[in-house]
Design a protein around this ligand. Structure first.
Ligand SMILES: NC(=O)C1=CN([C@@H]2O[C@H](COP(=O)(O)OP(=O)(O)OC[C@H]3O[C@@H](n4cnc5c(N)ncnc54)[C@H](O)[C@@H]3O)[C@@H](O)[C@H]2O)C=CC1
Ligand SMILES: CC(C)CCC[C@@H](C)[C@H]1CC[C@H]2C3=C(CC[C@]12C)[C@@]1(C)CCC(=O)C[C@@H]1CC3
Length: 345
């Protein structure tokens, strides 16, 4: 009689493994002795110990081969928030996540760890030390957030301890670090165009920025603690640096580290938010005729001008989480990793 071979617990798949967070996660998993199957719509690197599968996660036929003999799946694929493409977010984050869950069940995967976002509770108003029991945003600030909420619900609701399919969601906030394609590059581009002179609001708002290696650490702890009798099944966990910082101090440290001037002049929050909303509407109306992408979107202005920091007490207590890299060291390592973005380079 043929016996069914249980997939090795050291073989895992990273969906979105070519991305910023995904690649850092893959590198750490390899270091910890895992063999990794990467699934992504693009291939951005090659590494010994990694098998690449290129395809669209919305297509089960593309995805299934990447999940063969895999017991643990990390799902950290998403379209970039800056694309602001409602159809794409719905297709990839909602329908695609349904396909990911179905494919995991078909392939006999036992654990699914989703990269969600702390933004699933953010409505554009202050959040101070927010805990995981805050309700999902009733009025999500953009399509990205709207679909990240649906995605998280789908994954957590799929958790079935009796059937042995275990899920958990990690909610990071403001990930930064070497190879980040959005935060530092957008900041530098804005500075180079002379638009980083202004502080939106009074500049005292506190925000979480999380060094990428801490986010990776949170994911691996969650995966390794996920067992059928563990209290973490079907739950979300905030993962931050646990060092809220003034948004404009963080921006200034990165800018000054790269040789640019720190923003100095204050503009009222409601004025900038109103203008950003107007520009966004204009861009939407004119989309069939001309395509332009405003730098100061309502989402970015809200993120730049409000408090949004989160408690990671639940992760500390239930996952044994503690940030490994301080904000100071994370900023220094990030600045050093971008020689091509320095002033004058
Ligand atoms: N960067 C940040 O500050 C934060 C990110 N997150 C979440 O972390 C995750 C990773 O984000 P990043 O690494 O920053 O983004 P990224 O854009 O660098 O990586 C996302 C990856 O997903 C892949 N992907 C997109 N659509 C796909 C599809 N249809 N099929 C297969 N692969 C596809 C992309 O090719 C890319 O490699 C995302 O789920 C994001 O929502 C959450 C909180 C903060
Ligand atoms: C133009 C300036 C006012 C701001 C430049 C920096 C921004 C590009 C970033 C500051 C906070 C970042 C952030 C995200 C993307 C990049 C920023 C807006 C996310 C939206 C990425 C995806 C998430 O899940 C939440 C993040 C919150 C913080």
């Amino acid at each position: 009689m043929a016996t069914r071979v249980r997939p090795s617990s050291k073989r895992c798949a990273v969906i979105g493994g070519s991305g910023f967070l995904g690649r850092h996660l893959v590198e750490k998993l390899l270091e910890r002795g895992y063999s990794v199957s990467v699934f992504d719509i693009r291939q951005s690197y090659e590494l010994p110990g990694v098998t690449f599968h290129q395809g669209d996660l919305c297509d089960e036929q593309d995805l299934l081969p990447a999940l063969k003999d895999v017991s643990l799946v990390f799902h950290c694929a998403s379209p970039a928030p800056a694309s602001d493409d409602r159809g794409l977010f719905e297709r990839v984050n909602i329908q695609g996540t349904r396909i990911v869950i179905q494919s995991c069940l078909k392939a006999g995967v036992q654990k699914l760890v989703l990269t969600s976002s702390a933004s699933v509770v953010f409505e554009g108003t202050d959040i101070k030390n927010g805990r995981e029991d805050l309700p999902y945003a009733r009025k999500p600030i953009d399509y990205y957030t709207e679909t990240k909420i649906q995605q998280e619900k789908l994954v957590l609701e799929a958790c079935d301890q009796e059937k042995g399919f275990l899920t958990v969601a990690i909610r990071p906030h403001g990930i930064f670090g070497p190879r980040d394609p959005q935060l530092v590059p957008i900041l530098v581009d804005t500075a180079r165009r002379g638009k980083m002179k202004f502080i939106i609001g009074d500049g005292t708002n506190l925000v979480d920025f999380t060094f990428v290696e801490n986010v990776v650490h949170g994911h691996i702890l969650a995966a390794e603690r996920l067992r059928s009798d563990s209290p973490i099944c079907g739950k979300p966990y905030h993962i931050t640096n646990d060092e809220p910082i003034k948004f404009w101090d963080f921006m200034s440290e990165v800018l000054v580290g790269l040789g640019y001037a720190a923003p100095r002049y204050h503009l009222p929050y409601s004025l900038v938010y109103g203008l950003a909303l107007l520009l966004w509407l204009l861009a939407l109306i004119l989309r069939p005729l001309v395509s332009f992408k405003p730098t100061f979107t309502p989402m970015r202005v809200a993120l730049a001008g409000t408090h949004h920091y989160y408690s990671c007490d639940r992760a500390k207590q239930e996952l044994g989480y503690k940030p490994l890299v301080s904000l100071k060291e994370g900023i220094a390592r990030t600045v050093e990793s971008y020689p091509h973005l320095r002033q004058g380079a």
